[in-house]
Design a protein around this ligand. Structure first.
Ligand SMILES: *[C@@H]1O[C@H](CO)[C@@H](O)[C@H](O)[C@H]1NC(C)=O
Ligand SMILES: *[C@@H]1O[C@H](CO)[C@@H](O)[C@H](O)[C@H]1NC(C)=O
Ligand SMILES: *[C@@H]1O[C@H](CO)[C@@H](O)[C@H](O)[C@H]1NC(C)=O
Length: 319
């Protein structure tokens, strides 16, 4: 860990004076740090997240991996996956990363989002992106929202406690600022309420009349935006949300991203990325969050292996 502090400290101290150098190829240089934002009900310090971290380090030795957390206390971090204002949570993460001794001095970072962590990392890119994300990979994300709330598992006290409130009162200010999944609820048959009251998703998807140009600019800085959906996904309804497709639950009609206004008018820069081969649609076997070691290793090798010459000035990185 100390090594990173030193290397990146050299980088930032000399950014203004060191002549521009190309990105190093081959095995020299340092891999970009990697963020992992876990999903609903999970916590940053769980064993499973540590295993993913170890795989990332194995795939690209020297990677500094940072599991995103909303509190250093793992149980508080877990609670924040259900309860809280997502806008405030993203802002908290923005501040945490921008002031992190290692991450804040990295020329760029990579990002891996699990389930709802996928759209939250996208919000980080759109709103803050400091340090900037090079490649964003999401697994089973709800980029186009959820149109149904999932039944709680037995004994899930936190979930059970909220379920009743969620169902009838999705669009109340209280629910929209308190209950995390409600903030990415989106039913295509009730877009009116969604556009008016959605606390989070309608904004980061730039679906309202007034568009935020910063969101588009920041998305265009992504080198790769890779979206995985699970073939046997049943937790995320509709599963195509992971690809920004719209799905009518009544008629079972699926409208692909490329046929949506969001893409045609390029509200998020997705079309721009797609036309440059930088938007990647992937499918993988199994149900929600079936992550095999092989799948993760392949992903890390393919998308997170780029190494940077640490002497490259921050501004000169071609993202
Ligand atoms: C657009 O988003 C940026 C980043 O979150 C924010 O600072 C800015 O105020 C927003 N602009 C508008 C017009 O809402
Ligand atoms: C969804 O399908 C139903 C049944 O065909 C239709 O009545 C409804 O208008 C559709 N919703 C949207 C948003 O297209
Ligand atoms: C996925 O679903 C198909 C069809 O229902 C089934 O045949 C297959 O075994 C499932 N695969 C996994 C990995 O769950």
């Amino acid at each position: 860990m100390r090594l990173f502090v030193l290397l990146y400290a050299v980088l930032s101290a000399n950014a203004a004076t060191i002549p521009q150098r190309p990105l190093s190829s081959g095995n020299s240089g340092t891999p970009l740090p990697l963020l992992i934002w876990h999903g609903l009900g999970d916590r940053y310090d769980r064993e499973g997240i540590k295993e993913v971290k170890e795989l990332a380090e194995k795939a690209n030795p020297g990677t500094f991996v940072y599991p995103v957390r909303l509190s250093e206390d793992g149980s508080a971090d877990q609670r924040a996956t259900f309860v809280g204002n997502v806008n405030e949570q993203v802002e908290y993460v923005c501040k945490d990363l921008a002031s992190h001794p290692i991450l804040s001095t990295a020329p760029a970072i990579n990002a891996l989002g699990f389930s709802q962590g996928g759209q939250f990392l996208r919000a980080y890119v759109e709103r803050c992106n400091n340090p900037p994300v090079a490649s964003l990979v999401t697994f089973g994300a709800q980029h186009n929202g959820i149109a149904e709330f999932q039944a709680c598992k037995d004994g899930d006290w936190l979930c059970n406690g909220w379920e009743g409130i969620l169902k009838g009162q999705t669009w109340t200010n209280f629910v929209q600022t308190t209950l995390v999944p409600a903030q990415y609820f989106r039913n295509p048959d009730d877009l009116e309420n969604y556009l008016e009251y959605s606390n989070f998703l309608a904004d980061i998807n730039n679906e309202r009349t007034k568009k935020n140009a910063t969101y588009v600019e920041n998305m265009k800085k992504l080198e790769k935006f890779v979206m995985y959906v699970f073939k046997n996904e049943t937790t995320v309804v509709p599963k195509w949300s992971g690809w920004f497709d719209e799905f009518n639950l009544t008629s079972a009609k699926r409208t692909k991203l490329q046929d949506r206004t969001l893409y045609k008018e390029d509200w998020l820069g997705l079309r721009w990325l797609d036309e440059r081969g930088r938007l990647v649609f992937k499918e993988t076997e199994g149900r929600h969050m079936t992550l095999t070691d092989k799948l993760l290793m392949d992903t890390f090798t393919e998308y997170f292996s780029k190494r940077v010459d640490v002497l490259v000035a921050k501004e000169s990185l071609d993202l």
